[in-house]
Design a protein. Structure first.
Lengths: 552, 353
């Protein structure tokens, strides 16, 4: 097929001791292995934080339920949020970026392989540090053993007066350490994309996945730095007598909010933009058409990157900013809807007139489009500051961001896993199990998160461990919990599929989806050096050119 | 066969999604508007000017986003069904279209126009709600958030109470809105009575303001909306909207010092010789603590522990004996009184009308 698709079968060494294999994986600087490590690590935390979510849902099934104590409930939602954002969402997307970017731009590795390994192990340390709090945080008799200040940890709840012991310190240190890891990875992705492209791969021929990860990495640099600064300030407040957030001594609780959300809002785009990248690669292949409006897609992403740096205070519409500030953040927030809408329309334009193949990755993409559309529209409602004063801090906003983060990011990640699993392992994930996983997860998702908007409209605040009966919240909460368990069953099926297909799956070959980007030009799994000879590209779809010489 | 199978499940996908949407809409309809009794917390059943302005805006935003949803959803569903790959022409690639400037322009400009409309509608309501001048007849209340209860002070009327706010109904011809100054004694809280106003946070060292002009009498419910610690969930809020006469009577009652009843002198002695008075105030006695709710007219209130339990002698006794039994994590300590002291204190409390 391709002159680059040379597979050199590695010399088969018989049975290496497992310690050697382990040693190789721990000391690896190969972008593919690090990518896989990121993904496995993130899937581990997906399960951990998923179990936390299930416990939360059992507690909320009935009013005045006593499954867990309020203290435990508060730790659960703090750990669930922190884990899902920092130790599931970011790592899994960094994993894909690590694995795919060099392959897709025809490079042998990332620009800084050792920085890459260092960043991964920092992030991994962060996650384990967070969970080590369960053992190590009991610094004071009666103090909590896990962080319980919520994932945005508003001051002054994190002050030592309200948060004794070390649980908040573990939270702070976990985010600090993994933050340095994220910054390292971001620098690496930017350097790789700007400097390591193969001959002929101009910026405007680069796969959208690389473009979108470039924007994502830029945002990580800009967004994670203020968070890191804020964590240092919090540590200074807690241990060196600082007063940044100490309201009793003239400090400002608002300061933390601004620092946190100027990280926190770009963060959601850091999570969703790589999923846009998956859509932009997978939808064209299964529609058998090139992406509609490539330049506009790039421009829209860059635009989202810029505008989303100026929307942070829409998380703060209830904190008492004046009407002008609220109006400003209303218009910037709604403005992000325009480039995001353009993206949805361009994916639609890609499918329009195509020949859509409903393979499992594509199913997840289609569901993503419907769900992201809905999440975008509830986002417009939340962006309207006046409407938001009713919706914010209620279950409506919980439903909204789970619609983006589960309906968007998790569906996007599943699409990517089904699509690139054959490249990573050499075997295709089982289609039947995949479809079962898809439909169960879809039904569970909609049962949970469609209904979750309702208690918010009926005045149910978030983060409450129990609620009063008779406010119209009871039945809905029970159904929401049932949906959570359906999703859990679907994830178990997925996990089974990952394992079964690894050993028994259909062999993938180099290019199982008849795709166009460079990663499919090499063997599955790719050799350590990726390409026998560095490829030369002349268009946005190098493999299409090879398969359709008549189009030249 | 393969084609038929594919067709059936794509249709099923669309049908199922439609069904789910329909189902959720029905659920909103079934649970939502029905609950329009004064005890609801439905944001679409407003009973004051700011809540009404927000609710009207919400309906407008919902209609616009609803139309966008239907149009885009239909387009997506149509293209998924219409452009599905068929077995007959497998192997042939469809026409390779790379884009279209006109179409791109259309779907950039139309959303921009929609955004401008939504922004202007929002800005108008923001201005009306946030920048409303305070009329001379307004009632002023200072609301102070504490870890897991509410303190209400009426500086002009000399009234201090807790957890149950009383405000007069406002006649649109001669409005008597209530303007609240929001403060916090510890962490962040948020004041939210969905049927009276949107929420505003109570942040230490950062005074906020909000107002509401209830248009009908009754009890309105709400609760703390900003996570504030262990018992955030049981920091409930009751607002009693009274007729002007009832409100005036309530204020007169609240302005009186505590009832002095010689028959409960033992209970009072227990109260004043234990740590109770370090945290609680009873006007007209030595008890002037401010860390916990003012108890001068405790028995006027329908609930105790910030709405966590109804104000009955049994609950009161249990609460004093072991606050964690009602509200685990509450900052009120168990006083470890013996049974006779406990009974005496409860009898004393019961005289505080």
């Amino acid at each position: 097929m391709s002159s680059n698709a040379i597979t050199i079968p590695g010399v088969q060494i018989d049975e290496k001791p497992w310690v050697d294999t382990l040693h190789e994986w721990v000391t690896t600087v190969d972008h593919k292995r690090l990518g896989v490590l990121y993904i496995l690590y993130a899937l581990l935390f997906l399960v951990v934080a998923g179990v936390e979510a299930l416990i939360i849902r059992i507690q909320l099934m009935f009013p005045h339920n006593h499954f867990v104590s309020p203290q435990v409930f508060n730790r659960l939602f703090t750990m669930h949020g922190t884990t899902m954002v920092f130790f599931m969402g970011m790592p899994i997307l960094f994993g894909f970026a690590n694995y795919l970017v060099p392959l897709m731009i025809g490079a042998r590795d990332m620009a800084f392989p050792r920085l890459n390994a260092f960043s991964f192990w920092l992030s991994a340390m962060g996650g384990f540090l967070l969970y080590f709090s369960l053992v190590g945080a009991n610094g004071l008799y009666g103090a909590g053993n896990a962080p319980d200040a919520g994932w945005w940890a508003y001051a002054p709840l994190t002050a030592r007066a309200f948060s004794p012991g070390h649980s908040t310190d573990y939270w702070t240190l976990a985010l600090l350490v993994s933050g340095f890891g994220s910054i390292g990875t971001a620098i690496n992705i930017i350097a790789t994309i700007l400097c390591m492209r193969c001959p002929g791969m101009k910026l405007n021929r680069m796969p959208l996945l690389a473009w979108l990860n470039l924007v994502m990495a830029g945002m990580v640099l800009l967004a994670v730095s203020p968070l890191t600064a804020a964590q240092f300030m919090l540590l200074i407040d807690r241990y060196l007598g600082g007063h940044f957030f100490d309201t009793q001594a003239g400090g400002s609780a608002m300061l933390w909010m601004h620092f946190f959300w100027i990280f926190g809002h770009p963060e959601v785009y850091v999570l969703i933009i790589p999923c846009f990248a998956f859509m932009s690669e997978i939808i064209p292949v299964f529609s058998r058409k090139p992406i509609f409006g490539y330049p506009v897609m790039v421009a829209a992403t860059v635009c989202i990157g810029f505008v989303s740096m100026s929307v942070w205070a829409h998380h703060m519409f209830s904190v008492g900013m004046n009407s002008y500030a609220n109006s400003f953040f209303t218009i910037t927030t709604m403005a992000v809807g325009v480039p995001t809408g353009i993206k949805i329309f361009n994916w639609l334009g890609t499918m329009w007139g195509g020949k859509i193949q409903f393979k499992v990755p594509m199913l997840f993409c289609i569901a993503f489009l419907f769900q992201f559309l809905t999440a975008g529209l509830t986002g417009i409602m939340l962006g309207s500051a006046a409407f938001d004063s009713q919706l914010t801090l209620s279950y409506f906003v919980v439903a909204h961001f789970h619609y983006t983060l589960v309906g968007g990011v998790v569906f996007g990640v599943f699409a990517a896993l089904y699509y690139w699993y054959p490249k990573i392992t050499g075997r295709i994930l089982n289609e039947t199990l995949g479809k079962l996983h898809f439909w169960l997860f879809l039904i569970g998702f909609h049962l949970t998160f469609d209904l979750m908007h309702i208690p918010g409209l009926l005045g149910m605040p978030r983060r409450i461990y129990t609620y009063e009966p008779g406010r119209g919240w009871d039945t809905v909460n029970l159904l929401i919990s049932v949906g959570g368990f359906i999703q859990a069953i679907a994830v178990v099926i997925f996990a089974a599929n990952l394992v079964v297909s690894y050993f028994k799956g259909k062999k993938a070959g180099n290019d199982p989806w008849d795709a166009w980007t460079l990663e499919w030009a090499t063997s599955s799994p790719p050799p350590a050096y990726n390409f026998a000879s560095i490829p030369l590209v002349a268009s946005r779809r190098p493999l299409w050119d090879l398969k359709h010489p008549e189009d030249q | 066969m393969a084609m038929l199978k594919m067709k059936s499940w794509t249709l099923r996908f669309v049908a199922q999604t439609m069904l789910l949407l329909f189902w959720s809409a029905m659920a909103v309809w079934a649970i939502g508007p029905k609950d329009s009794s004064p005890h609801g917390t439905n944001i679409f059943a407003p009973a004051s000017t700011p809540a009404k302005a927000i609710s009207d805006l919400s309906v407008f935003v919902l209609v616009i986003t609803g139309i966008i949803f239907v149009v885009v959803f239909a387009l997506l569903a149509y293209s998924v069904i219409k452009f599905r790959g068929r077995a007959v022409d497998a192997g042939r690639e469809p026409a390779q279209v790379y884009g279209s400037t006109q179409i791109e322009l259309a779907w950039t400009i139309i959303p921009i126009l929609i955004v401008i409309v939504l922004f202007l509608a929002t800005a108008r309501v923001l201005h009306a709600v946030q920048d409303a001048p305070q009329p001379p007849g307004a009632i002023e209340v200072t609301a102070i958030g504490h870890q897991y209860w509410w303190e209400f002070r009426y500086p002009k009327l000399g009234v201090v109470t807790a957890n149950e706010l009383h405000i007069p109904v406002s006649n649109p011809a001669n409005p008597t809105p209530t303007f609240l100054t929001l403060l916090s004694a510890d962490t962040d809280h948020s004041f939210w009575i969905p049927e009276l106003a949107g929420k505003t946070d109570l942040i230490p060292n950062h005074p906020n303001r909000m107002w509401m002009d209830p248009l009908r009498t009754g009890i309105f419910l709400g609760q703390c909306a900003q996570y504030c610690g262990v018992q955030h969930a049981k920091m409930l809020l009751r607002v009693s909207v009274d007729s002007p006469a009832d409100f005036a009577a309530w204020v007169r009652g609240q302005q009186q010092p505590a009832v002095q009843d010689a028959s409960v002198a033992t209970g009072r002695r227990v109260f004043e010789s234990n740590a109770c008075m370090n945290c609680h105030a009873v006007a007209g006695t030595n008890a002037n603590g401010r860390f916990g709710p003012d108890l001068t007219h405790l028995m006027i209130r329908a609930t105790i522990a910030s709405g966590a339990a109804s104000n009955t002698p049994e609950n009161l006794r249990l609460w004093i004996q072991d606050p964690n039994a009602i509200k685990p994590g509450s900052l009120m300590p168990a006083m470890k009184l013996n049974d006779s002291d406990l009974d005496a204190v409860v009898s004393y409390m019961e005289t505080l009308r």
